[in-house]
Design a protein around this ligand. Structure first.
Ligand code: FAD
Length: 147
């Protein structure tokens, strides 16, 4: 399969209370049938989203997403072919910015507010890798607790 990954940033519009739930519901509705996986982070009025899957599927989603009035100024930060997925278990992993994720983010920001538009491409990629590692560890711990 021609796996591809796109990471983009955008600025959130004036979001209503249930907008994030609505976005995640759309992810649930659409991403599984397209075999698109990824993560979505919202902090300081900025979205950072990672989409991975077939190149055609990822492009399809990106074009739909970029027309959405709930955000604007969509800019692709990195894109290219990948050997494997980072978020294979999530149709869209909503990254809650607290606990381990908040600590990770702080490491990258050095006291500044989150602004993915000013981050370098390697830094953005590494941030996503770190979040994926935390998410996998947290999911593993949860499985152990349930067992
Ligand atoms: P519906 O959800 O029924 O939407 C139909 C139309 O109405 C679309 O044009 C949609 O943009 C618009 N719409 C729906 N709700 C609102 C609202 N509250 N305010 C304004 N306009 C609205 N979709 C995915 O499938 N996968 C993703 O990974 C994904 N990530 C997203 C990330 C961000 C940051 C944002 C803002 C949106 C994301 N979406 C994602 C949603 C995407 O932009 C489309 O809304 C969605 O794909 C359309 O889903 P649907 O075809 O089921 O139609």
């Amino acid at each position: 399969m021609d796996l591809y990954r796109i990471i983009y940033a955008s600025r959130a519009s004036d979001l209503a209370r249930d907008d994030i739930a609505g976005i995640l519901a759309a992810c649930e509705r659409n991403n599984p049938r397209l075999h698109v996986t990824g993560m979505l982070l919202l902090d300081n009025g900025h979205f950072l989203q990672l989409l991975e899957g077939r190149r055609s599927a990822v492009s399809d989603r990106l074009f739909a997403i970029s027309r959405d009035p709930r955000h604007h100024g969509v800019e692709v930060l990195t894109c290219g072919p990948i050997a494997s997925r980072l978020f294979s278990d999530w149709s869209m992993h909503h990254v809650a910015v607290h606990g381990a994720n908040a600590q990770t983010l702080r490491r990258y920001l050095g006291g500044a507010q989150f602004d993915p538009f000013v981050m370098s491409a390697p830094s953005v990629e590494q941030l996503c890798l770190d979040i994926a590692a935390h998410s996998a560890a947290a999911a593993f711990e949860q499985t152990l607790r349930r067992a």
